[in-house]
Design a protein around this ligand. Structure first.
Ligand SMILES: NC(=O)C1=CN([C@@H]2O[C@H](COP(=O)(O)OP(=O)(O)OC[C@H]3O[C@@H](n4cnc5c(N)ncnc54)[C@H](OP(=O)(O)O)[C@@H]3O)[C@@H](O)[C@H]2O)[C@@H](O)CC1
Ligand SMILES: [K+]
Length: 499
């Protein structure tokens, strides 16, 4: 149920379902019924409902909802954007079954409605809203009515979450079969309100047959491969993660990451510290170990210990050739890598260099965890990446270009694998926008890599756990709280409470 369908995939799902014997008009009837149900569930019979219908099948759903709501005793008004004679196919059939008056959109009075059903545009939105459509959407947004969007708020692009000109701000959205990327990606998500998914008879088999590559990031996807220590676990069997520390004025980030890795279950975690910063690190670490490691040569010697199997490089590491050499050294020794912050900025404009790193890794993976600024810096010369049509597709293109797993961070973090799989994260809290939270995320990812979780799933799990920890702490959250919130999050995860 966590697949996210593009408009093209949804069209294909519709077409296959219709070809298998369910007429499109029946699908539309079920879609309109689900919208009517959403209205009936919250508003008493007799309430005034304004239904705004567009020129396509989204409008057709609106006509069905109008007919059903009248039979249930609601006071329904219908307004149509466009000409009734121009309606085609199933929408024309649904409109023909509506026996009440149809006003022109220009005559609609959203400000007088208690409830508005937005059935203007759905999956067929093809360009920016302008003219009458734009005026109508702005009137809806200024109305104060409770707005129920059909499929997706009109003006929001279901594939990208972008606002095309202007977009309806809905309180709830009723979509069909599965959610769409635009329900999770910003700014679309902010326009949807509560999203409910209605079953209109598109079977799981039909969805499975489409081999959907995008999902909402949910434990169901990665929990089967989440590392859980066996009864006879030995700490060395739970992996050894290493975090490279910055210099004496920049050690805290590495310690945050290290604590995240340890809480995520790595058997051992070591902060590899420049000798000058050793005393500072040692004074503040207990369960996490600390070792002096001097530059790339020192790292090469340290990595003679073959039990070290995952590294974090980047938090406060410094931008430049020294950090790059560290990354190259670790990659050449084929340890799983999480590259964050300064390690990413050390590859500004050099996605090719990162491709070389991933190529050197063999089967151990590399996870890159850029925020938007770092992402733009790395890929500034790759127009196919930076100009991809959505955050989802930018992350996917970046993963394909580098051969690395990309975690493109933000309130709608996208995790993408080089093979095309991608997940959009939706848990979390704005309180996570705080100094050091990203360091903890990098550490959690490394902790899971150290336990041999496959890189893409480790990245998905790390993002989700980090967000869940943030949710638990909530107001007042600081980065130090995140590792400490993980045990409770993990307990619920492993008990299946988040299923
Ligand atoms: N397929 C199925 O079986 C099922 C589909 N279902 C429903 O159908 C919806 C998809 O329907 P759809 O494909 O007809 O597209 P829809 O969103 O109504 O818009 C197309 C119309 O809008 C117009 N238009 C576009 N952009 C515009 C703009 N900026 N400004 C102005 N006009 C613009 C466009 O004009 P054109 O581009 O052709 O000139 C065309 O006339 C889907 O979201 C779901 O609700 C359910 O019933 C379940 C079964
Ligand atoms: K809509």
């Amino acid at each position: 149920m966590h697949e996210l369908l593009t408009s093209g995939e949804m069209r294909a799902a519709d077409a296959r379902t219709i070809a298998a014997g369910t007429p499109g008009r029946v699908l539309m009837e079920r879609a309109g019924r689900a919208v009517a149900d959403a209205v009936s569930a919250r508003h008493p019979v007799g309430t005034r409902v304004l239904i705004l219908c567009g020129p396509g099948n989204n409008g057709g759903d609106g006509f069905v909802a109008a007919r059903l709501l009248v039979t249930r005793g609601y006071r329904v008004e219908v307004a149509l954007l466009g000409e009734r004679e121009a309606l085609k196919g199933d929408a024309a059939l649904a409109a023909a079954d509506w026996k009440g008056p149809v006003a022109a959109a220009a005559a609609a009075r959203p400000d007088e409605a208690r409830i508005i059903v937005d059935a203007l545009f759905g999956a067929g939105l093809a360009r920016e809203l302008d003219g009458a459509a734009r005026t109508l959407v702005e009137a809806v947004n200024g109305s104060g009515a409770h707005v129920v969007a059909v499929d997706i708020p009109s003006g929001i692009d279901g594939d990208s979450g972008a606002i095309r000109g202007t977009g309806v701000r809905a309180h709830e959205t009723v979509t069909f079969a599965r959610r769409k990327p635009g329900h999770l990606l910003l700014p679309g998500r902010l326009h949807c309100g509560h999203v409910r998914v209605a079953d209109i008879g598109i079977s799981d088999d039909v969805i499975a047959g489409l081999a959907i590559g995008t999902r909402a990031n949910h434990p169901a996807w990665w929990r089967p491969q989440f590392p859980v220590p066996a009864l006879d676990a030995h700490k060395y069997r739970r992996g050894h993660a290493v975090v490279i520390s910055g210099g004496i004025a920049g050690t805290g980030a590495a310690r945050l990451a290290a604590r995240g890795a340890l809480r995520a279950g790595a058997g051992l975690v070591t902060v590899a510290s420049p000798p000058a910063a050793l005393a500072v690190n040692a004074a503040q670490l207990t369960a996490v170990m600390v070792r002096p490691v001097d530059g790339a040569d020192g790292l090469a010697a340290f990595l003679e210990d073959s039990r070290i199997n995952a590294l974090v490089i980047g938090p406060a590491a410094g931008v430049g050739p020294a950090t790059r050499r560290m990354v190259e050294t670790a990659a050449g020794r084929q340890r799983a890598l999480v590259l964050d912050a300064d390690a990413l900025s050390s590859f500004a404009g050099d996605a090719e260099g990162l491709r070389g790193i991933a190529g050197a890794m063999g089967r151990s993976g590399v996870i890159l965890t850029p925020h938007e600024g770092e992402f733009a810096r790395i890929f500034k010369d790759q127009s196919d990446v930076v100009n991809a049509p959505s955050k989802l597709e930018r992350a996917r293109a970046a993963a394909a270009a580098t051969g690395a797993v990309i975690v493109l961070k933000g309130p709608d973090t996208v995790i993408a694998a080089p093979d095309g799989r991608a997940a959009i994260n939706e848990n979390g809290t704005p309180w996570l926008a705080t100094a050091g939270a990203g360091d903890v995320l990098a550490g959690i990812a490394a902790g899971l890599l150290a336990q041999a979780m496959p890189p893409f799933l480790a990245a998905c799990a790390a993002v989700w756990l980090h967000a869940a920890a943030g949710e638990r702490v909530g107001p007042g959250l600081i980065a130090e709280d995140l590792p400490e919130a993980l045990p409770a999050v993990l307990r619920d995860l492993l008990a299946g409470i988040d299923e």
